[in-house]
Design a protein around this ligand. Structure first.
Ligand SMILES: [Zn+2]
Length: 148
């Protein structure tokens, strides 16, 4: 996944998510909003140089055929979307927890969706794909038991 494309996805998600507002961080214009999972603050830089904690979350995971389209994308913080976070993609399709998670995220996404924020210059959002890495390449992480 190219960085520019990832950034375009983040910007579009933020622009169409009503929890995101324009803000200024150290003199840089940013969009500040909330993680789709935990509601902690995430920041998307307008110029794409820094994306504090913001990662692209696929509501229907790509391992299950989820598309790179705006309606399937949301912004999650790095903690939630990281290896130790709320990973729902390794579960098999039909798994009740997975289906409930997708439904919850879709509902949240519906509630948050708005017209793109006015006055933003949004890069083209290319849904065509093409430069994708294989979706199933990642091995499910083994769970570590905490020991004291
Ligand atoms: Zn989060």
């Amino acid at each position: 996944m190219g960085t520019a494309r990832r950034h375009a996805q983040l910007l579009w998600c933020a622009a169409t998510d009503r929890t995101f507002e324009r803000a200024e961080l150290k003199g840089v214009e940013v969009l500040a909003g909330k993680c789709i999972h935990c509601n902690c603050m995430v920041i998307v830089d307008l110029d794409g140089t820094r994306m504090l904690r913001a990662t692209v979350e696929h509501i229907v995971p790509r391992t299950h055929g989820g598309a790179d389209t705006l309606d399937n994308l949301a912004i999650a913080c790095g903690r939630c979307n990281g290896a130790k976070g709320i990973r729902h993609d390794p579960s098999p399709w039909g798994d009740p927890k997975l289906m409930a998670m997708i439904e919850r995220l879709q509902e949240r996404k519906r509630k948050r969706t708005r017209e793109p924020l006015a006055g933003l210059t949004l890069p083209p959002l290319d849904d065509a794909g093409g430069d994708e890495e294989p979706a199933a390449a990642e091995e499910p992480k083994k769970k570590k038991r905490g020991r004291r």
